[in-house]
Ligand binder design. Sequence first.
Ligand SMILES: *Cc1c(COP(=O)(O)O)cnc(C)c1O
Ligand code: SF4
Length: 472
Amino acid sequence: MSTTANLVSARAALPVVGEGDEPIVHLKPKVDDASLSHRQLKSGAFWQAIPAYKDVDEATFLSHLWQEKNAITSPEKLVATVRELVSTEFVRDVEAGFGHAPMAVRISPYLLSLIDWSNPLKDPIRRQFLPLGSQLEPDHPMLTLDSLHEQGDAPVPGLTHRYPDKVLFLVLDTCPVYCRFCTRSYAVGLDTDLVEKVSLKATDERWERALRYIAERPEVEDVVVSGGDSYRLRADQIRAIGERLLAMPHIRRFRFATKGLAVQPMKVLTDTVWLDAVTEVVDKGRKLHKEVVIHTHFNHANEITEITKRAMDLLMERGIYVRNQSVFQRGVNDTDEAMVQLVRRLGWVNVHAYYAYIHDLVKGTEDLRTSVATGIRVEKRVRGSTAGFNTPMFVVDAPGGGGKRDMHSYEHYDTETGISVYTAPSVKKDQFFCYYDPLSSLSEKIRRDWLDEHKRTQMVNDAIANARVRSI
Ligand SMILES: *Cc1c(COP(=O)(O)O)cnc(C)c1O
Ligand code: SF4
């Protein structure tokens, strides 16, 4: 009713249109080009600005094999690649940072070329992949390595069955890059000095057990094929998993999760065997009326280039749908401008923004975490800036295995202690799940309280008691 009324009054306000050459009346001022900067994608041979890649031509750079072969896998190799671009002080800072990282190092030449080496301290991609000793902050005292309790909810190693109708299948434990903020640092990547990982190798036997479990659970309709990263599955493995899942009558949809599109989009353009395997599974699924899609992980607009667009154009032509799950990170995308730009650029290249996660409690990443309050503030600006289906839902993946909760749905939130309390009635009835804002968002006094074991327990108990009263 009100929509019709609005239309009628809007029409009444416009001049009557004559024979077609009357000027259009613009109710909104025309936008300037700056407001469309999300469409200006980095193009040309941008990688040649890195001395080590100055003679690398486009065909070579676009080769996924070349990207793999030239991945940076140690702090020493990294330093050797960028030494001419950065100060000695910065090099020392990176070395100190890696000394504290629970993740193995792996960065693609593509990502390395997207870092602004004239200002690496502030660069959003550098922040995600290269920890700096000077920027690290002590972990929150409530942090544990598997904060999402994925192992606790795993009936078979690498298969997490938390939600009623969907499972998370960690098919392997390697990725095209290693993100220092990885939630799965308990399993993903090689062992580091600080952490001995849980083994999730891609073995036939483990897969067999996981697939048998899924087959024996008729309530499961949805499988997340993750890892590690589906980019590292061979074409025959993509087909094998795809066909097994498609053959199960109760499976209605599954996703291949990969960071690949964000860190090595050229694979879609040049690894034809891999893309053909994915396409085949998606096509088979479509004929069986089952949805097979890709879920990916862009965090900043700078990760989306002309190469990404070419990859996405090809996926679009093949009818492969892509959704994005971002992590909301301090100094990366925690401002209105950065998040709006990311969401609009994703939309421009046909990636559908699905989730923005409030940063999980992961070891060594306190400097990347934001408060829930920051998420709430930025979400207000993001919602309304583009299509609703391209607007991510901001979620907290409740520590302790509560699963993803709408960030706004807390039963209790005290920005002073930084504790937000969530319930998850469909996942774990009658439990309370706490998320803890980063210490840096709290006052001196509260930060001291967190270090005191007695006061810490008191704060958590108070928050839960408060939530209990509210949630009735
Ligand atoms: C995220 C996740 C899923 C998938 O959840 P959606 O909300 O459907 O994206 C499934 N299982 C586990 C354990 C997860 O963490
Ligand atoms: S690509 Fe994903 S699974 Fe791999 S390290 Fe990064 S966040 Fe973790």
